[in-house]
Each structure stands twice: as structure tokens, then as C-alpha cells.
Design a protein around this ligand. Structure first.
Ligand code: SF4
Length: 121
């Protein structure tokens, strides 16, 4: 059996939880959480952690060569490196409005990459 600590980020309390994990990798006990949402969060964080991808892409604007984007939904942490590589080949052309889709269905995940700012020129 092994133990793993995960800090819940579900609210500002930031509870430090402790997971006891058996030899098959199954969670057999969780302590330290203060609500059922926190328990669910740490279980998901252990089993399949996800993150919103934030990045920059190239532009055709000499005034602003890099432009900020993010995924509209979280991706598995294991997909982030490949997703960043996929964005390396993207070059956007102004005008772009905040929230506009820059890349649809990133790596066939169903997740879109969207603009997080305006690019006017
Ligand atoms: S376990 Fe509940 S109370 Fe604690 S940080 Fe997570 S959401 Fe907040």
C-alpha cells in the first residue's frame, strides 16, 4: 500500500487530503477532505487529472507576434504536451475577437482552442 497527498483546489480552504492506495492502484481510503465535492475532486485528480491548456500562438501581425489562447474545456494532463505541439503550427490572422475559436476539435478530443484576447491589427 502507498499513500499520496493531494491538495483540493475546489475552494479557498485548500484541504490537504491523504489517499491510501492498494497494490493494484485502487484508492481504498481518503482522509482530509471536508465535503463530498472535494472527495470527488481528489479521486478524479488521482485517476485522471485534467487541466485547461493555456498557450500562445503565432500571428501574422508584426505588432503582436504572439497571441494568447486556451482550451475551452480541460484536457487530460497526459495530452497537454501533444496539444502544445499541435498549437506550434498555428498562425492566426487579425482581426480576432476574444472567445473566437482558433482551432476546432483539438487532436480529435472535441475540445476547441479559443482566443483569450482581441487581436485587431
Ligand atoms: S474538500 Fe471541500 S472544503 Fe476542502 S478545499 Fe475541497 S471543496 Fe473546499
Amino acid at each position: 500500500m502507498v499513500e499520496e497527498k493531494i491538495i483540493c483546489i475546489g475552494c479557498p480552504l485548500g484541504c490537504e487530503t491523504n489517499l491510501k492506495i492498494d497494490d493494484q492502484g485502487e484508492v481504498i481510503k481518503i482522509t482530509g477532505y471536508k465535503c463530498k465535492e472535494g472527495r470527488q475532486y481528489v479521486l478524479e485528480e488521482y485517476r485522471s487529472p485534467v487541466r485547461v491548456l493555456t498557450a500562445t500562438v503565432l500571428t501574422q501581425s508584426s505588432a503582436r507576434p504572439l497571441f494568447p489562447v486556451r482550451s475551452n474545456r480541460p484536457l487530460l494532463k497526459t495530452q497537454l504536451k501533444e496539444a502544445a505541439k499541435a498549437l506550434a503550427g498555428v498562425k492566426v490572422k487579425p482581426p480576432i475577437r476574444v472567445g473566437q475559436t482558433i482551432l476546432s476539435n483539438l487532436m480529435n478530443t472535441g475540445v476547441d482552442v479559443i482566443a483569450t484576447d482581441d487581436l485587431t491589427y
